[in-house]
Ligand binder design. Structure first.
Ligand code: GTP
Ligand code: MG
Length: 147
């Protein structure tokens, strides 16, 4: 079983989309193992987006992600890192297909509602920026055999 780090960005929280985004991830058969509302600090945001440091949009990115609370989550499922990014949709809203979270709800690229880790290594590193290992809850769902 694999895990990924996902986060409803401040635009998603402000637009009241936490519930609908979580529903789509549940609908796909993924299992939430941690979730909380967080007002990120600037240092925490820079750690989260370390891979983008030096890019022209880095300061804007840090400013946006700290502009209001985010809903940080860890989810579990087979191949979930890649599958969650398919459910999320492409970064650029002009390329995000209908049926994806971004395709259905986002209309301006930087405000693309949800972050998804891009590799298992990133997922582990990003989750540690928000959660202690005790906060990741291990439990079974009886539906698992039917997925
Ligand atoms: P995340 O799941 O948020 O990491 O998105 P991603 O993996 O689909 O994209 P990427 O990691 O390449 O970029 C991270 C975030 O930076 C994107 O979600 C956008 O919000 C923002 N971003 C990416 N490229 C640009 C850009 O060229 N200009 C601006 N303003 N923002 C960008
Ligand atoms: Mg990314």
């Amino acid at each position: 079983m694999d895990r990924t780090f996902l986060m409803v960005k401040p635009d998603g929280v402000q637009r009241g989309l936490i519930g609908r985004i979580v529903s789509r991830l549940e609908d796909k058969g993924f299992k939430m193992v941690a979730g909380k509302l967080v007002q990120m600090t600037e240092d925490q945001a820079k750690r989260h987006y370390a891979e983008h440091e030096g890019k022209p949009f880095f300061d804007e990115l840090v400013g946006f992600i700290t502009s209001g609370p985010v809903f940080a989550m860890v989810w579990e499922g087979d191949d979930i890192v890649a599958l969650a990014r398919i459910v999320i949709g492409k970064t650029n809203v002009k390329e995000a297909a209908p049926g994806t979270i971004r395709g259905d709800f986002a209309s301006h690229t930087p405000h693309n509602l949800i972050h998804g880790a891009d590799s298992p290594e990133s997922a582990t590193r990003e989750a540690a920026n928000f959660f202690s290992s005790e906060e990741l809850v291990t439990y079974d769902k009886s539906i698992a055999a039917w997925l």
